[in-house]
Design a protein around this ligand. Structure first.
Ligand code: F0G
Length: 393
């Protein structure tokens, strides 16, 4: 395995995070010479690394002695069929988001490199995941979060797992800039998705999804787009799956942003002629990001899959969240950009929406938006119950 800059092609050893030219690094290796039947047979194994939906695909993830893998295990999430559509629920990961798939690889690598401390900037899910895996690996965890701007469930998790929380006065983009500089200067291993090892783990969302579908590629895979790590990982996973002969055609990617945090959408609308940056604002705090780090990789992913980028308003994504919740599935607001995007773009065919985070990640937004006749305070008397049931809903 080597790390190579996608801009200037300079190569690095496996401890590097970013190229000196400022470009993003990507893992380069020869295509895994594994038939997909090997992955299928591991689904029946009781071994922990086979039960992990990441390490089941280990030949395409990271070359490491199996005994050194730090896994919860993670992945192995469900694929739900509802209303003629498919929903891959990454909120079913151990810490309630897809981040665990990248984090198991990044923390395994951190320990291999002998790191003492790991850090990230986060809108909340990466920080919860980092904190959990760092606790498992006995590493010091430091997270940089935008003060007052992350959902309650995520902050609570991050504290519970024991990470030091630095609440940065500013937004996510400020926290990202700060952690990049701090990790470089202070010798802390950075595990944001700018770290190419994170991307290697997140590819398995796609591989597991293809496996769920018995390797019959869908027409569309729809993903929320924030810092653009997932969009990048999905593109890489699809190309590698095709090159390895696991699938015979590429699905199209649809990356969906919130209207108030839509720099990638703006660039797409310009034919990717230039990179946009915005001051981000959206109810979907997970993707409240104005200057996404993995921009260059995500552009390549959209181009390679004949993909598209869409945007939805907060009202549209909250309406979609309501519908996903009422299907009995549930997700956090950012995840619902997928269904909202399918509707807005009028996508048709076989569609998979990737739900990225669990419904309990953001309890405040649910309670705040519940209609007043759904949550009613009453005296402890049957007559009060009777009165409500006669009038309400
Ligand atoms: N959905 C959820 C629930 C997220 O937490 C994130 C990103 C995204 C979608 C967007 O994914 O960044 O790969 O485009 N959350 C990061 C975090 C930024 O810090 O937890 P992306």
């Amino acid at each position: 395995m080597t790390l190579q800059c996608i801009r200037c092609a300079r190569q690095y050893d496996d401890a590097a995070i970013q190229c000196e030219c400022g470009g993003l690094l990507e893992v380069r290796r020869s295509p895994p010479a594994v038939r997909r039947e090997v992955f299928d047979s591991r689904r029946n194994s009781r071994r922990v690394i086979d039960q992990s939906g990441v390490w089941r695909f280990r030949e395409g993830v990271l070359d490491i002695d199996e005994a050194r893998i730090i896994t919860h295990p993670e992945g192995a999430t469900r694929l739900y069929e509802r209303d003629g559509m498919l929903f891959k629920h990454e909120g079913e990961n151990p810490t309630g988001s897809f981040k665990d798939r990248g984090m198991t690889v990044a923390i395994t690598q951190a320990v291999r490199l002998g790191a003492r401390a790991v850090a990230c900037a986060s809108t909340g899910n990466t920080s919860a995941s980092l904190a959990a895996y760092a606790a498992q690996a006995n590493l010091r965890a430091i997270v940089f979060i935008p003060a007052g701007k992350i959902a309650a469930g995520k902050l609570a998790q991050t504290l519970a797992y024991g990470a030091l929380c630095l609440q940065v006065r500013g937004d996510f983009d400020d926290a990202m800039r700060l952690v990049l500089e701090a990790s470089r200067r202070l010798g802390i291993y950075l595990v944001n998705s700018i770290n190419p090892l994170r991307i290697e783990g997140q590819k398995t969302i796609i591989w597991e999804l293809l496996q769920d579908l018995e390797w019959n590629a869908p027409d569309w895979i729809v993903v929320p787009a924030g810092n653009l790590g997932n969009t990048s990982a999905f593109g890489k996973a699809l190309l590698e799956a095709r090159d390895a002969g696991w699938i015979d055609r590429l699905p199209r990617l649809a990356a969906i942003q919130a209207h108030g945090a839509n720099p990638f959408y703006r660039s797409f609308r310009d034919g990717f002629a230039r990179r946009h940056r915005v001051d981000a604002e959206t109810v979907a705090t997970a993707i409240r990001i104005g200057d996404p780090v993995s921009y260059d990789k995500a552009v390549a992913a959209i181009r390679a899959t004949n993909g598209i980028v869409g945007e939805v308003t907060d009202d549209e994504l909250m309406a979609a969240k309501h519908d996903i919740d009422r299907m009995g599935i549930g997700c956090e607001p950012a995840s619902a950009t997928t269904l909202a995007g399918v509707r807005k773009l009028g996508l048709s065919g076989r569609i998979v929406c990737v739900l990225t985070g669990h419904v309990l990640k953001d309890p405040e937004v649910i309670v705040k938006n519940a209609p007043p006749d759904q949550i009613v305070e009453i005296d402890a008397e049957v007559s009060a119950v009777e009165r409500i049931l006669a009038t309400a809903r």
